[in-house]
Design a protein around this ligand. Structure first.
Ligand SMILES: Cc1ncc(COP(=O)(O)O)c(C=O)c1O
Length: 392
């Protein structure tokens, strides 16, 4: 049978870490103990009050579609969250409940990007963004960003790289894979630079809630009421498998998002939406805060341990659960790049990490990402094993 796969689908590349994962599974099948530091989701199960609310919803047969923009109570609860957590006033009308941040990214790209138009984004960055852009026949304007600028786009980048086709600047704060966070002044300056070019600011805030050193990441909505803000129940709220996120849009875009949501997926999962109502309850937030503290302790333990081995991590990430490390010190003719190093560490040390190539091209071959989504003891065991494998 001849295959008829579109150019747009063929242009989407699988993650390099899938190779590592397949290899990890094969090794596990042989009885090897693998420490997973490649996984981009918290290891904690969904908090009990949320699970209970989900069970209740099913028992009450909440099994029908919700409106495409989401359950009104949940849209209101999300709007209230902006008030309590950020002291920012967002009307519930502007909240679009989506199947994960992924659903929100699809809506944003579908509504804002014409064929051939570009999204400006940081390299390294979350890999799916360029694929979403390609899927709607758009393009990316990937800007190389290094440690000296906290791995985030700057207003100077906007000035240097913006061109006639660029329509959107997409930021992520905290960022995946670097965990760096934009402060309010930086967000404001970026918003101004984008507005000066009649562009649209889209900010992925999926790792909000997971910030450290007593730092509270500001929402872009605090400085730019016209920004599109993406968030999710996946990370801080620990609900990856429930497939639930949200998008805040300016009022003028509510109708188009409603129409797209109706046509692309009808609505986000109903039981997940009911379950998520419990996510903002004080008892749930207390559990989530404890987990945030555990992640902070893990970061505090893993960061110096990797630095001691010789991984160069010049910026201390203040959010998410990733360390983005320059691994040049360990590269050689035998291990020419971070992909080879990742394979080697998996085979020799039984430690799975993500090679930089999954996050773009800029200096990707000498970087890798460590996720601290496993407990501290295992993380330090991984460091030990890496140390032995690299004969340090
Ligand atoms: C930066 C970023 N944005 C969006 C997503 C998509 O998450 P979800 O669809 O589970 O909300 C992820 C997942 O890892 C991510 O890291």
């Amino acid at each position: 049978m001849s295959k008829q796969i579109t150019r747009r689908a063929n242009a989407i590349s699988p993650f390099h870490v899938m190779d590592i994962l397949a290899q990890a599974k094969a090794l596990q099948a042989q009885g090897r103990d693998i420490i997973h530091m490649e996984v981009g989701e918290p290891d904690f199960d969904t908090a009990a009050p949320i699970i209970d609310a989900g069970i209740q919803a099913l028992k009450q047969a909440k099994t029908h579609y919700t409106p495409a923009l989401g359950l009104p109570e949940l849209r209101q609860a999300i709007a209230d969250w902006y008030q309590t957590y950020y002291k920012v006033n967002v009307s519930a009308k502007r909240v679009v409940v989506t199947p994960g941040a992924s659903g929100a990214l699809l809506l944003v790209m579908g509504a804002l990007l014409e064929k051939e138009q570009k999204v400006m984004l940081a390299d390294p960055g979350y890999p799916c963004n360029r694929h979403f852009a390609r899927f709607v026949e758009g393009q990316v304007n990937a800007v190389p960003v290094g440690a000296e600028q906290n791995y985030q786009l700057s207003p100077d980048d906007i000035a240097s790289y913006w061109d006639d086709e660029t329509r959107i600047a997409l930021l992520a704060s905290p960022s995946n894979p670097t965990g760096t966070v934009l402060n309010e002044a930086e967000l404001r300056a970026l918003s101004t630079a984008v507005k000066q070019r009649q562009g649209t600011l889209v900010v992925d805030e999926i790792y909000h809630g997971l910030t450290y050193d007593n730092f509270h990441a500001p929402t872009a909505l605090a400085v730019d009421n016209e920004a599109f803000v993406i968030n999710s129940f996946s990370k801080f709220f620990g609900m990856t498998g429930w497939r639930l996120g949200w998008l805040i849009v300016p009022e003028a875009y509510i109708d188009v998002m409603d129409k797209l949501a109706q046509n692309l997926y009808l609505a986000a999962p109903t039981m997940s939406q009911y379950a998520a109502l419990a996510a903002f309850e004080p008892q749930t937030l207390a559990i989530l805060e404890q987990r945030r503290q555990i992640l902070e302790q893990r970061r505090n333990a893993l960061l110096p341990a990797l630095q001691d081995l010789g991984f160069h991590i010049p910026v201390t990430p203040r959010g998410a659960f990733y360390l983005y490390a320059d691994c040049s010190a360990f590269l050689s003719d035998a291990l020419p790049d971070s992909m080879a190093l990742s394979r080697y560490l998996l085979n020799e040390a039984g430690v799975a990490i993500t090679p930089g190539l999954d996050f773009g091209e800029f200096e990707a071959k000498k970087h890798c990402r460590f996720a601290y989504t496993t407990d501290e003891e295992r993380l330090l065991e991984a460091v030990n094993r890496i140390s032995k494998a690299l004969k340090i």
